[in-house]
Design a binder for this molecule. Structure first.
Ligand code: SF4
Length: 261
């Protein structure tokens, strides 16, 4: 039995490149060391990841670590990220750094919608990712990813500057894997804005109004039981006689105490 020698991948690649370079593109000899063959995706992604401008805003204590990351000791300038833009129109990256209160959610979503594409979101810290120590608090949401899409999560309370830099490198890796032919912002339909949540007694997504109505007021098909229960709750309840008597007695006692002696 004879075995066929298998050419190594690098030898094959070199063979292909040699043919490509020498037969189809006539590169002068003195430029040979300076010519590189690559893909459009590679150049496009490299330029985007090397100049990703973060949006300048912070929500709570995590923002202090983000500020430290941008200062001289950690030096975000080596990634081309030192220019934190005060305008969403000029930003590629939103770093959600800090506790996300219900009051802030509409503003965050509005700013996200105003960012030009391609845009990315990094959730920094336990609060932005899942509510952190304030989870289930009356004023805090359990993660910004319930409202806008998040690309990278950085855990910690607060994450160190090193952790944030690691998260940024992961985001760079994600950018490098994208292709100009499949990214959503070049598709014919484009991408839609996210409806800005409404802050009332609680914050809610306007896309879920119908579901909220059905669960609270019992409107809509298939909710006959909840409808009956809701209607019963809305009816004024009659007060038992003994309770009424106790209230009248307490009022009389109160009035007697208030009488001038
Ligand atoms: S995760 Fe910790 S450090 Fe960051 S905002 Fe929340 S409480 Fe502050």
């Amino acid at each position: 039995m004879t075995t066929t020698p298998v050419a190594s991948f690098s030898a094959l690649k070199q063979e292909q490149l040699n043919e490509f370079l020498h037969d189809r593109i006539q590169v002068p000899d003195d430029l040979q060391p300076n010519v590189m063959v690559t893909t459009l995706d590679k150049v496009y992604n490299w330029s985007r990841k090397s100049s990703m401008w973060p949006l300048l805003f912070g929500l709570a204590c995590c923002a202090i670590e983000m500020i430290a990351t941008a200062a001289s000791r950690y030096d975000l300038a080596r990634f081309g990220m030192e220019v934190m833009r005060p305008s969403p129109r000029q930003s590629d990256l939103m770093i959600v750094s800090g506790t996300v209160t219900k009051k802030m959610v509409p503003a965050i979503v509005r700013i996200y919608n105003q960012m030009a594409e391609p845009r990315y979101v990094l959730s920094m810290g336990a609060c932005a990712t899942g509510g952190g120590p304030f989870k289930e608090g009356y004023s805090v949401v359990s993660g910004i990813d319930k409202y806008i899409p998040v690309d990278v999560y950085v855990p910690g309370c607060p994450p160190t500057p090193e952790a944030l830099i690691y998260g940024l490198l992961k985001l760079h890796e994600k950018v490098e894997r994208q292709s100009i032919t499949t990214v959503p912002w070049y598709r014919r339909a484009g991408s839609e804005s996210i409806p800005v949540p409404i802050l009332g007694p609680d914050v809610f997504d306007p896309r879920k109004v119908q579901i909220i109505k059905e669960h609270t007021l019992g409107a809509g098909a298939g909710s006959a039981v909840s409808s009956a229960a809701s209607q019963a709750r809305l009816q004024p309840q009659s007060m038992p006689d003994d309770v009424k008597a106790r209230i009248r007695a307490a009022q009389a006692k109160y009035r007697a105490q208030k009488q001038p002696a």
